[in-house]
Design a protein around this ligand. Structure first.
Ligand SMILES: [Zn+2]
Length: 528
């Protein structure tokens, strides 16, 4: 039997995962050779097969089969041939009349009696259905937003009422956060100070029914004070909506809080604070780099200006490393931060994809956790039996005490191991989620004129800052650069729709990479 080899590469973005024409040709030629097929011609084209009648080479293929130049078609996969019912029908008709006797793909053969071509088209239609469904879900969420209810998870202090599906305040979080806003509005408290206050009030958060978590990171609190949801509005997919939930602060209070947070007009601490002291090492002698402020008066223009300089502390003796200005350090970090910036849409998708991924592949094997749970339970039962034996008088006091001490030790060990396993599972997740959020928000936060925020972002961003010959060299956290590299170059939505980009090995790998703790002076929040 004579075969015509057909290869097609579409330009559609959702088929980006399909092999290139060269790859297809190489694989199919190899397959034809191994199977001893007599290939009389090779036809290739780069056209989508979604709409019928748009592929001249495909039309030529059918015409040449019709003319009897060959009796078979060989191709990489059946979806290279037909992705719409019209083309599929033509092929089925050729097969049924026996003009076409065989279609060979690398995984199977289609014969005249098979009606699989229609099935292949059906599956293509199913893909389209999934894409449409996704659009429908988004439309549904937009509807909810238009009715005044935030379609995403509401921020802290609020929860979704399971009965009405509306957003209700959750106590005592709502009241405690309102008190936090009050502190901010006095203008006398910094965000870290407010965080400590919340901690002393016993503030915890968590989903309804889930165990409460201790206090969140400082960045969470910055996000709360930045979120217009608390004064009544929210954004969803680029649109701003007026919410119907109970507000925590008035719009006037919210605006005043923004002024206090961002214009840095709160009551200043006694000493001038520099954002990057204690973060950078001198490349020449290894000492820390410190900062100082110099006031300069220009006699000719009668102008006074303050300058910030960063220089080596000279702890190990005289060091020749040159000093640099504060703005230079600031702009260098800002520039490097751009490299780990994550596109908002991609970032949101990634967060969701990670949730899905972890549902399927938990960071710690659930079987292992179950084993430990069973061990703990068995030890508890053993202890219980021991007590019963003693009560029944079958054990003397000395014997009982000896076995009891031993069993209690076993139980404590077991519980400790179980706890560390669960902790390992959750810290790995949280670190990765924090890293994605960092890539989404950090560059913007860094640009705000806030010493605390700058310092916070810089600490999380770099694992090493070295000043050498007046040049600042930064080693970003490897997880951040890896995440940024995952972002597809073009419009991510198409890739997402086709599932072409799934979180798999690279992310899992980077999660494992996290375990070595970077050496910084400040606690690194990517770690916990
Ligand atoms: Zn030095």
């Amino acid at each position: 039997m004579r075969y015509i080899l057909y290869a097609r590469k579409s330009s559609e973005s959702e088929e980006r995962q399909v092999q290139s024409i060269d790859d297809q040709l190489r694989v199919v030629r190899d397959f034809a050779k191994r199977s001893g097929l007599d290939v009389v011609a090779e036809l290739t084209e780069a056209h989508s097969a979604k709409a019928p009648g748009t592929r001249p080479v495909f039309a030529e293929l059918l015409a040449r089969i019709e003319r009897g130049e060959a009796e078979g078609i060989v191709c990489w996969s059946i979806n290279r041939l037909a992705r719409n019912p019209v083309d599929s029908g033509q092929l089925s008709w050729l097969l049924q009349r026996g003009v076409l006797k065989s279609i060979r793909t690398i995984d199977r053969e289609y014969l005249p009696e098979d009606n699989v071509l229609l099935m292949a088209v059906e599956s293509g239609v199913a893909n389209q259905y999934i894409l449409d469904l996704r659009k429908a879900v988004i439309r549904g969420m937009e509807g909810k937003a238009a009715r005044g209810w935030i379609p995403n998870r509401p921020p802290q202090g609020y929860g979704v009422n399971p009965l009405t599906k509306e957003i209700d305040p959750i106590e005592p979080q709502f009241q405690l956060l309102r008190q936090a806003w009050d502190l901010l509005l006095t203008g006398a408290y910094t965000v870290p100070q407010i965080r400590s206050k919340l901690q002393s009030w016993g503030y915890t958060y968590g989903k309804l029914g889930a165990p409460a978590k201790p206090l969140f990171a400082e960045s969470h609190l910055y996000r709360i004070f930045d979120n217009r949801f608390y004064c009544g509005s929210f954004t969803f997919r680029g649109q701003t909506y007026q919410g119907r939930h109970r507000v925590m602060v008035s719009p006037e209070e919210f605006d005043r809080a923004q002024g206090i947070l961002h214009k840095d007009n709160r009551i200043q601490p006694q000493r001038h604070e520099f954002p990057f002291t204690g973060l950078i090492r001198c490349g020449r002698c290894g000492c820390l780099v410190t900062a100082e402020r110099k006031i300069k008066h220009y006699k000719t223009t009668a102008r006074t200006a303050a300058y910030e300089y960063y220089h080596c502390t000279h702890r190990k003796g005289d060091c020749k490393e040159v000093s640099v200005t504060g703005p230079y350090i600031d702009s260098t970090i800002a520039c490097e931060l751009e490299s780990v910036l994550i596109d908002p849409e991609f970032g949101q998708w990634l967060l969701k994809a990670l949730e899905r991924f972890w549902d399927e592949q938990p960071p710690v094997d659930p079987k292992l956790i179950k084993q430990h749970q069973e061990h703990v339970r068995a030890t508890e039962q053993k202890l219980e039996r021991l007590i019963q034996l003693r009560l029944a008088g079958e054990l003397d006091a000395q014997e009982f005490s000896r076995i009891k001490t031993q069993t209690q030790g076993e139980l404590a060990d077991g519980r400790r191991q179980l706890e560390s396993l669960s902790k390992r599972a959750s810290t790995g997740r949280q670190a990765l989620i924090n890293a994605v959020r960092f890539g989404l928000d950090a560059p913007r936060h860094f640009a705000e004129n806030d010493t605390h925020l700058k310092r916070y972002v810089a600490t999380m961003f770099g694992i090493r800052y070295v000043l050498t010959l007046g040049k600042l060299e930064i080693t970003p956290h490897p997880l951040l650069t890896q995440l940024a590299a995952l972002e597809p170059p073009k419009s991510p939505r198409n890739m997402v729709g086709a599932g072409a980009l799934r979180p798999d090995a690279p992310i899992e790998w980077s999660w494992r990479e996290l375990n070595p703790r970077p050496k910084t002076n400040e606690p690194n929040h990517l770690q916990a």
